[in-house]
Design a binder for this molecule. Structure first.
Ligand code: PMT
Length: 415
């Protein structure tokens, strides 16, 4: 069962009498702890005011392809449809009119909602609402078949009495039901029955009781990976360095400080794990010895002697048998080449490479990844870390199951 906690939901509202229910829907999504942004078509504004949707969603409503007043989230491409498409973890169009379904089936992008549906990598679902004759019309049914074929989810419609006085199919599902179906979009079951260990965040290597060596990892990427694995049905253990983030809802979390503590926690729990994902930015070195008391300012220069920390990822990949082992590579240059070298030297199943810098990778809400293994390279384009983590988990699940199939068939053919 998926949840909407911390999910970024883009709610599209098109022109139909059921648009009055969209306000209730937005409120329910927020009650379920989702963040909601609203796009309305011109026709939708004939049925419900943007002001109402702004009040219930807590954000200005987006209406036009080039809308300078409601530009939120702000940073990014300066193109609303691209920024919104990247921001969303899911797009739900409710109500979706017959006209909108026709445009979606054709991939038309002359308005903001159509453009966002085309530009997003997030799942898209529609909740059709229309008169029963329009619903039954072969043109509408052909459009639906095309939309379903493109991977768009279709929620409903329900049947019953309609605003026009007809009785039959075409009623938009109730907001509570739509919120439940939307949450289910996030529950894939791809890792059902498996145990996944994830490391996240930075490590802290003490210099003295007041100071230490650390890095700019916030834990956002690793926590999103843990959440996505749980959403895919896995039992998840998150081993986290110091972060300001709350423990993810559905993962067991162990908090550690230094690399050696993280190493020990990983090895204490790794033997039950089917998959290990090392997202933590682990310090490669630590001070030889942390001073017992705060160091005093004395000489003009101070030399710290450092020693190597254990490589947690490599030590997991070297286990016999090893879990399916996934590393991350944080690179400032030669992304693919450097990541591939780590894949080989640490004997990993897969590596997720990202560029890091002052405004990239660390701390920010968006990221992009190159997934590299011996089969090739897959690019996951820039998007929110939650959506990116889900795409990564989908990829890992595919590779994990493929490897298990090959292993099982080899064992079956062994004399
Ligand atoms: O936390 P955020 O602010 O969201 O930022 C996300 C991130 C940039 C930290 C994340 O996407 C990322 O790239 N994590 C890996 C950071 C890193 O340490 O990369 P690396 O290239 O130095 O290490 C390669 C791999 O070896 C990593 O999987 C790392 O966990 C592992 N490692 C490294 C050193 C060590 N002693 N032990 C390890 O296990």
């Amino acid at each position: 069962m998926g949840t909407l906690i911390n999910k970024r939901i883009l709610l599209g509202v098109t022109g139909g009498i059921a648009a009055y229910k969209s306000a209730d829907l937005a409120r329910r999504l927020r009650d379920a702890d989702a963040e909601v942004r609203v796009i309305m078509t011109q026709a939708a504004a004939e049925f419900i005011t943007p002001l109402t949707m702004q009040a219930v969603s807590g954000h200005p409503v987006h209406m036009h392809l080039f809308d300078h007043e409601a530009r939120e989230p702000r940073a990014g491409t300066a193109l609303d449809h691209i920024d919104l498409a990247r921001w969303a973890d899911a797009v739900l169009v409710a109500p979706a009119s017959a006209n909108f379904l026709a445009r979606l089936a054709q991939g038309r992008a002359e308005d903001l909602l159509g453009a966002v549906c085309l530009a997003t990598a997030a799942p898209v679902a529609v909740a059709p609402a229309m008169n029963r004759q329009m619903w039954d019309n072969p043109a509408t049914q052909a459009n639906l078949a095309a939309i379903r074929g493109n991977g768009v989810g279709v929620f409903g419609p329900g049947a019953g009495s309609q605003a026009c006085g007809d009785v039959g199919p075409g009623r938009m599902l109730e907001p509570a039901e739509l919120a439940r179906l939307l949450a289910e979009l996030f529950a894939t079951g791809e890792l059902a029955g498996l145990t996944v260990v994830v490391t996240a965040g930075p490590t802290w290597e003490a210099i003295d009781p007041a100071r230490g060596l650390t890095n700019r990892s916030s834990g956002k990427m690793g926590y999103a990976v843990a959440e996505a694995a749980a959403e895919a049905g896995a039992r998840v253990l998150l081993i986290s360095g110091p972060t300001a983030l709350p423990d993810p809802e559905r993962a067991r979390t162990i908090r550690v400080t230094g690399a050696r503590e993280m190493h020990d926690a990983v090895h204490q729990h790794i033997h039950d794990a089917h998959i290990f994902i090392g997202v933590a930015a682990v310090a490669d070195y630590r001070p030889v010895q942390a001073a017992a008391a705060k160091l005093k300012k004395q000489d003009e220069a101070l030399t710290l002697e450092l020693v190597r920390n254990p490589d947690i990822l490599a030590s997991v990949a070297a286990l016999q048998p090893a879990p399916f082992t996934v590393g991350f590579a944080a690179e400032t240059e030669n992304l693919e080449q450097n990541a591939r070298a780590k894949l080989e030297s640490k004997r990993l199943d897969l590596i997720a490479a990202n560029e890091v810098g002052a405004d990239r990778g660390f701390g920010v809400d968006e990221n992009r990844l190159l997934l590299i293994d011996r089969a090739g390279v897959t690019e996951l384009p820039a998007q929110g870390k939650a959506a990116l983590a889900r795409a990564l988990i989908h990829h890992i699940a595919g590779r994990y199951h493929e490897k298990s199939r090959i292993k099982n068939s080899r064992q079956a053919h062994r004399p």
